[in-house]
Write a protein that binds this ligand. Structure first.
Ligand SMILES: [Zn+2]
Ligand SMILES: [Zn+2]
Length: 334
């Protein structure tokens, strides 16, 4: 049903690609992260919620069509539908039904609750294409409320020391999730880097309720006034690290919010003061639970630790394999 090609996964019965790496005739997009949604294709199909995000990335004239979760569209000789993946706003597993049975390409997904997107729904299938970004047994996530409590106490300690707190995180997904989670337990305003406003607005356009934010730019120091960001919490994209913008923060402590922070060596190597282990990807137990819930007899793993996961699945008696990806950088939204 789906074959690996130079442009990515291709469905010849429907003549479309899923998350292609190059411009193609018709691209079905699982979600709006840059390693899945590339510009230049002649036609795109995605979920309704993904539309405002792709408009921000591709421009207002991009040829986007969209479906509701669960709505079916016949394309060529197959029937296609999108089902919630719980990864970021609009993220979807793509179900394809045709002569060769039912395939599901899950894209990126997570099982932890996220107030900014629809929860993952297991979909029964014959062949399941799973992500494996964190496909090693060491990757296990704590409950979100524990991580949020850690953030609050770190922020409080920095405030006590008259420092500002900056958390680096992905602009699409992680930033909105942190804002929504923090708003549940704290009334204190959160600041964001100006580069984050576009995607925050896109979430609001799609109907996600997020707390008001202030940008660090907005709070430019009026001349002669000694207003500083001491004691405040600021969310910033990774690309802002080490730029002159950082001077606005004054004396600060920095952190990275990512599943990558599970590995202490990574935190040390990147010299963050603090790491918060919160991920928009499934951890090891969630990968295995999800694969079992699909009932699939064949599982193909892609991204990150695909080979170790496939080996483990083979040892459980599943027919398993690996799908290569052109993306060898870090996963976005990790
Ligand atoms: Zn992603
Ligand atoms: Zn990805």
């Amino acid at each position: 049903m789906l074959a690996e090609t130079a442009d990515g996964l291709y469905c010849s019965a429907g003549r479309f690609h899923i998350d292609p790496w190059q411009p193609v005739e018709r691209a079905l997009i699982t979600h709006a992260h840059g390693d899945h949604a590339r510009p230049g294709s002649a036609a795109y199909l995605c979920t309704n919620e993904t539309v405002p995000l792709l408009r921000r990335r591709f421009g207002p004239d991009a040829p986007l069509e969209s479906l509701k979760y669960g709505e079916t569209r016949t394309i060529g000789d197959v029937r296609v539908s999108f089902h919630p993946a719980g990864h970021v706003l609009g993220s979807a597993q793509i179900r394809i039904e045709g002569e060769q049975g039912v395939w599901v390409a899950a894209g990126d997904y997570k099982r932890a609750a996220d107030p900014t997107c629809a929860a993952f729904e297991p979909v029964r299938c014959d062949t399941f294409i799973t992500e494996s970004t964190f496909g090693l047994p060491i990757y296990r996530w704590d409950p979100t409320e524990i991580v949020i409590a850690e953030i609050l106490s770190w922020w409080a300690a920095n405030r006590e020391a008259d420092k500002s707190s900056v958390i680096f995180c992905y602009t699409l997904g992680k930033a909105q999730r942190l804002l929504a989670e923090l708003a549940r337990v704290s009334d204190a305003p959160v600041f964001v880097h100006g580069m984050m406003l576009g995607m925050i607005d896109a979430y609001r356009e799609a109907g996600v309720s997020l707390p008001e934010v202030q940008t660090v730019i907005e709070r430019a120091k009026p001349r002669g006034e000694k207003r500083s960001l001491a004691g405040e919490l600021v969310l910033a994209p990774l690309s802002a690290r080490g730029t002159p913008w950082m001077r606005r923060l004054g004396v600060h402590s920095d952190a990275f919010a990512s599943g990558l922070m599970r590995v202490r060596g990574v935190r040390r190597q990147r010299a963050y003061d603090k790491g918060f282990v919160i991920s928009d990807h499934a951890d090891w137990p969630a990968l295995l639970t999800t694969i079992a819930e699909t009932g699939a007899s064949r599982v193909l793993a892609t991204h990150g630790y695909a080979e170790p996961l496939a080996r483990h699945l083979s040892s459980l008696g599943l027919d398993s394999g690996v799908i290569r990806t052109a993306w060898e950088g870090e996963p976005s939204g990790d």
